[in-house]
Design a protein around this ligand. Sequence first.
Ligand SMILES: Cc1cc2nc3c(=O)[nH]c(=O)nc-3n(C[C@H](O)[C@H](O)[C@H](O)COP(=O)(O)O)c2cc1C
Length: 232
Amino acid sequence: MSRFSAEELRGVYRAVLTRRDVRAFRSDPVAQPTLARLLLAAHHGPSVGFMQPWNFIVITDLALKREIHAMVAREKELAAADFSGPRREVYDRLKLEGILEAPVNLCVTCDPERFGPGVIGRHTIRETDVFSVCCAVQNLWLAARAEGLGVGWVSILRNDLLRALLKIPEPVFPVAYLCIGYPERFASRPELEEIGWAPRVDLKELIFANGWGRRDGVEALAEAAGAEDLLR
Ligand SMILES: Cc1cc2nc3c(=O)[nH]c(=O)nc-3n(C[C@H](O)[C@H](O)[C@H](O)COP(=O)(O)O)c2cc1C
């Protein structure tokens, strides 16, 4: 049957709507078969010209995690200069990674030359290789949610340093650094929304019809499906 059952459908939307970026982890290990399923989910993501430009570097070595953690701590400090006043105070208190606690760290990379220069669909938009890697990450993130595992994406880092630490050869480059483990909790809303840093934008404001800024007839789309209905 091509259509999912009502229960399966609810499961898919539950994963989508209750997925969170997680930064506080319990120490319980992630079993190999579970991690294998997450990587399989990632590997089944869509990719431009079926390029599959990803590799997955699983990081469990504590010394390596410590080095990456130290780099992220330095970069968090440097990025603090982007904020001032009360926002700076909030920024300083934010926990933006769970590198040391998460039993598994994962670096997802992109090889822009996989399968040579001719990739169907990539002639004009070269970044479609990175888009593809992000699709793989999202597959993994949703599968992790369904498994009860938390994922936190850490982007406060320097790719050149990460490349050196993980010995990633040119022209491959890191796209995502993920912390994976059983979470302390799955918050019901994004932390940045909970603390008032940024609201979720009203979907109504984001949908246009037949061109930028035109709304004729599409307002109802935003109201047609409420998150509560989907999770009921
Ligand atoms: C590309 C990307 C990079 C991110 N980098 C960080 C990061 O460095 N530190 C962090 O705490 N969260 C990071 N996040 C998580 C976002 O803050 C989070 O997804 C957003 O606030 C929405 O919350 P939710 O994922 O729980 O729905 C990143 C997310 C994405 C997609």
